[in-house]
Design a protein around this ligand. Structure first.
Ligand code: FAD
Length: 292
């Protein structure tokens, strides 16, 4: 099993860490604390999300710029095209460029009325993520990541449409796809098989969401159309008032997921940190990552 090989015989893993721009001083403190713990693990990049409808435009830019300046780690800025004209989105891309940010995670975003409501592009805006990728490419030579969905995008009529859409985004100039959170690795393996059958050669990096709080993560999962299998839910049952056991179970569940992926040949991972470092630090350690 690759995960049990000696470090010098193990494949080399690449990790990236996703954060969200903090809203308050207390949250900002936690953000930097986590960044300073995770940055020394040599991630490929640290990414910072873009709030619904561009609500965090300035904060995302400020955070990615500072991550890069403070830690030397490459930073990736997320960007969506919902509710904005092409000119407005292009101005954000140029802002990233001027700040020395060369990586973008390009997304369509969700309508202000909520995920699941039909998406209507701005009349002068980019129509979807593929269109946005093409627009970014015209501005500069960015390393672009796009989203992929192990359980299919909730608004996609069928798998064929979803894989066609993924292919369009990659053909428009993205380097890799990062998946939505998933908790059953078989969903991920099926997505990879479907993508390969459609001629997609770009890496599809699994997005791993450690379940630091079952209540919170099951809420997030439901909102983005990711399901939590019964056997995962069962492991957390009755632990609401027992944070210590909850944390140990969370770590075991995430380790099991990551190591099963490793044993199936996966060498790149994207971790959703929610600005917390503990669980992700432990998982990256299992992959052999060590601070300087
Ligand atoms: P698209 O790839 O454009 O596709 C969305 C849906 O529309 C798909 O079902 C697709 O099949 C369909 N579609 C697209 N184009 C066409 C077409 N021409 N014809 C027919 N159907 C079409 N959201 C944020 O607001 N901020 C973030 O920072 C953020 N970061 C994310 C990071 C990752 C790794 C992931 C997986 C998601 C992230 N999201 C973020 C959520 C994302 O915005 C939503 O999942 C959104 O609903 C879809 O975005 P997309 O880029 O996948 O859209």
């Amino acid at each position: 099993r690759p995960s049990r090989r000696r470090p010098d015989e193990r494949p080399k893993f690449q990790v990236s860490f996703e954060f969200f721009p903090p809203k308050t001083d207390v949250m900002e403190e936690r953000f930097w604390d986590s960044i300073h713990k995770l940055a020394p693990l040599h991630p490929r990049f640290v990414s910072v999300t873009y709030g619904a409808g561009g609500s965090t435009r300035e904060r995302t830019l400020r955070m990615v710029s500072r991550v890069k300046a403070d830690t030397g780690v490459d930073a990736a800025a997320h960007l969506t095209c919902v509710g904005a004209t092409r000119d407005e989105v292009d101005a954000v891309v140029r802002g990233y460029q001027e700040a020395g940010i060369s990586r973008i995670v390009a997304l369509r975003g969700d309508p202000a009325e909520g995920i699941g409501k039909p998406f209507t592009p701005h009349p002068d805006g980019y129509r979807n993520a593929a269109d946005l990728v093409a627009g970014i490419r015209k501005i500069g030579n960015f390393d672009i990541s796009v989203a992929a969905y192990p359980e299919k995008h909730p608004q996609s009529p069928n798998w064929e449409a979803d894989i066609d859409n993924l292919k369009r985004k990659l053909d428009a100039g993205a380097t890799r796809a990062i998946t939505q959170m998933f908790f059953d690795n078989d969903d991920y393996f099926r997505l990879v098989d479907r993508a390969q059958a459609a001629g997609i050669a770009a890496p599809i990096v699994p997005g791993i969401q450690p379940i630091h709080s079952f209540k919170q993560i099951s809420g997030f999962a439901a909102r983005c159309g990711a399901s939590i299998p019964g056997w995962v839910a069962e492991r957390f049952e009755g632990l609401e008032e027992d944070p210590e056991t909850h944390a140990l179970v969370a770590s075991a569940v995430a380790a099991e997921q990551v190591l099963e992926l490793v044993d199936n040949g996966i060498t790149e991972f994207h971790f959703y940190t929610l600005n917390r470092s503990n669980l992700v630090l432990a998982l990256a350690r299992l992959l052999g990552a060590r601070p300087d």
